[in-house]
Design a protein around this ligand. Sequence first.
Ligand code: NDP
Ligand code: GDR
Length: 374
Amino acid sequence: MNQIKKTAFITGVTGQDGAYLSEFLLKKGYIVHGLKRRSSLFNTDRIDHLYQDPHVENRNFILHYGDMTDSTNLTRLIQEIQPDEIYNLAAMSHVAVSFETPEYTGNADGLGTLRLLDAVRLLGLEKKTRIYQASTSELYGKVQEVPQSETTPFYPRSPYAVAKMYAFWITVNYREAYGMYACNGILFNHESPIRGETFVTRKITRATSRIALGLQDKLYLGNLDAKRDWGHAKDYVRMMWMILQAEEPEDWVIATGTTTPVREFVRMSFAQVGIELEFKGEGIDEKGYVKSCSDPDYQVEIGKEVLAVDPEYFRPTEVDLLIGDATKAQTKLGWKCKYDLAELVKDMMQSDLKLMRKDQYLKEGGYTILNYFE
Ligand code: NDP
Ligand code: GDR
């Protein structure tokens, strides 16, 4: 029997989650439409392997230009696409940057969500289109209780989190007011080899690889004491889909239930290249030295300082501790993660070592290699 293919519309398709979710939905037989921004350089690296020539018939992966700040664009696209499912992943997603661009963050992350919901309502699609809103553990902010679950009160600590709080509640409100199938996935941090380079995990795995290969001297970080509940993005995009397949629209916490300080993520990454670190000092003076290096492939000098704290990376208000309680998703949706933290670190390190080896060849060939500390 010929089944009608479902159609999904993903905003933020060029991001980490957008790329993994596109792969996941295409494997499930969906037709996937994605929203991408116009940029002066190519911004589709993460999804280039999914690209289909626009001249070929029956494409199942189609990209459209647009922006979360442009209602007319979003409304027209939803009218054209008539999606069964919308995954709203687009956002200015960097917490530290949101302190620099608070108004834009509120517009794209907060009002952008309203624009999508309202387009669905105005087009009369509220009974057809299911909506997933990318909510975040940043909503919990200042610690009220641990572990954090669907009933834990919110206390956002950044313009990003405040914008996401508006998006959370406008999603709930449209569900209650207009009977829309709209859900929040309150996802805790999830990472991967294609994580943005300025988030702390990827910054660490990139720098560790570069230091091991002699391409970089030191890694500068901010708060090493912050604790995060880190999972693998591949596990988390599966849950976005499952959330929209549930009988009733609800809000769901997705997390591993384990929390780890940034300092420990650093230690685990260096261990992947045989480097044992010794931490010295307290607070902003904290430094990390190479204690030993057991892997003959990486000859890093013993005693060398490879990690230092730069207060530049401290945030005006910090989220100290996140640890999620995903019992509801475990019991009602069967949520289980395949990757633990050790496997995540290994996956990211293996990928970055491969990438940085390319830089090493270029350096050996006499080309100039840029160092990124952001
Ligand atoms: P990324 O930063 O990797 O991707 C964000 C995406 O949004 C990119 O495609 C980006 O486009 C796009 N985007 C940004 N601003 C706009 C705009 N104004 N209009 C249209 N598109 C825009 O984020 P992730 O993939 O990590 O996260 C996906 C979503 O989940 C985000 O909303 C994030 O806030 C949320 N989230 C993420 C978590 C995580 O740990 N990863 C945890 C909880 C929530 P471009 O490529 O052009 O920059
Ligand atoms: P987060 O992720 O703010 O939790 O938001 P990020 O990786 O940026 O920070 C995690 C913790 O590490 C500390 N930190 C540093 N962070 C960065 N980026 N760079 C540094 O040099 C550094 N040094 C220490 C931070 O202070 C923080 O405590 C991510 C994003 O994906 C959000 O979009 C998402 O909503 C949340 O995760 C859940």
